[in-house]
Write a protein that binds this ligand. Structure first.
Ligand code: PLP
Ligand code: COI
Length: 341
């Protein structure tokens, strides 16, 4: 095993690269066991496991960065714990305790330290925790046994365009989540539900689908893999909806927007309001803040063009740089978002 893997760090796609180790922990007989370290990429699970048939699966996405000072920073680890615990409870799984989650995240990052992209490469170490129901079941009910796993992989930008603006599309014939369904939890089924619409969008040159609220199709919800925000005058506006995932990145950008003197409005946003916005972007751990140049309403054959001559808007650019500066140790972490290893 060499100390430095042969990877082109500045040109990484958002994909899977095998790293050295993953960590696992099993909930059985009413308690969590010991943390196990594996170098095997495969799981050995029963073919009747509830995750395989009835979608008892929840996951997270978070990142570790190599800072300008050489230190490793993990971004907002407690927020990802809170969300995976909520997701687990949402689909009747045993939530992982906070201390165990944090210990496992730190451990898997340190075990794979040589895969953390160097400072300045623009890449980061993506951390993917997941929990699955492993009890063999045929009747539909929650499992009694669970496995919690974390693997990591070095990644570049989610959208190949990076920070270049992309177009997104609205289709009314698809929903990602139901009005009182699982949209607010990060569970695998939501992503399966969005795949058909997203594949169609990509086929037509859009980076993502911007889903509308599934009840009235009147308000903006979110994009397939990211939340949506817009800049309107001196305001950062972002949809409030029961069917969207509460994004850690969005929450952080809202704070940064306040720090910049903007007002923040988290409220239902009608589609028609897109006529009066100045900037728009998709935001998430993978997407960071990916600017949107145009929103195409397919059913009405109408484009909302967000003009900056094809360039990212100034506020989105400033937010993007502020967020990355904190994650990479270039700016003071005044909100205590990073865990330094
Ligand atoms: N919305 C969806 C559907 C997502 O998959 C993600 C990615 O995690 C987000 C929003 C952004 O959330 P976060 O910023 O916590 O990564
Ligand atoms: C993330 O941003 O971490 C995500 O999970 C989005 C996508 C890769 C599913």
């Amino acid at each position: 095993m060499s100390d430095i893997p042969d990877i082109n760090w500045s040109n990484l796609p958002f994909g899977y690269v095998k790293t050295d180790f993953n960590v696992r922990c099993t909930f059985k007989d009413g308690k969590w066991g010991e943390i196990e370290v594996h170098d095997d990429e495969f799981l050995n699970i029963h073919m009747a496991a509830s995750c395989l048939h009835y979608g008892q699966e929840a996951f997270e996405g978070q990142k570790a960065f190599r800072g300008v000072d050489g230190k490793i920073r993990i971004f907002r680890i407690e927020e990802n714990w809170k969300r995976i615990a909520a997701s687990a409870e949402g689909i009747m799984m045993e939530p992982i305790p906070q201390d165990l989650f944090i210990e496992m995240v730190k451990k898997v990052v340190l075990l794979n330290e040589r895969f953390i992209p160097p400072y300045g490469s623009g890449s980061s170490l993506y951390i993917r925790p997941l929990e699955i129901g492993i009890s063999p079941l045929v009747g539909v009910r929650p499992a009694t046994d669970y496995q919690f796993i974390i693997f990591v992989t070095p990644v570049g930008p989610y959208f190949p365009e990076g920070f270049r603006p992309t177009k997104v599309v609205i289709y009314r014939e698809y929903d990602r989540a139901a009005p009182c369904g699982t949209g607010r939890w990060k569970v695998g089924g939501n992503y399966a539900a969005g795949m058909r619409a997203t594949a169609r969008a990509k086929q037509h040159g859009f980076s993502a689908v911007l889903f509308l609220d599934p009840k009235e199709k009147k308000y903006l919800d979110e994009c397939g893999p990211a939340n949506f925000f817009a800049i309107k005058g001196n305001k950062y506006i972002t949809p409030k909806s029961n069917s969207i995932l509460p994004s850690v990145t969005n929450k952080s950008l809202q704070q940064l927007a306040l720090d910049m003197g903007l007002e923040v409005e988290c409220r239902p946003i009608e589609l028609a309001e897109l006529e009066s916005i100045d900037e728009a972007a998709e935001c998430g751990t993978a997407a960071v803040a990916s600017p949107i140049s145009e929103i195409y309403d397919f059913d009405n054959d109408h484009s909302y063009v967000i003009a900056h001559d094809g360039n990212p808007g100034p506020v989105t650019t400033e937010l993007y740089h502020r967020l990355q500066a904190i994650q990479r140790g270039e700016a003071e972490d005044i909100h205590n978002w990073c865990t330094i290893l």
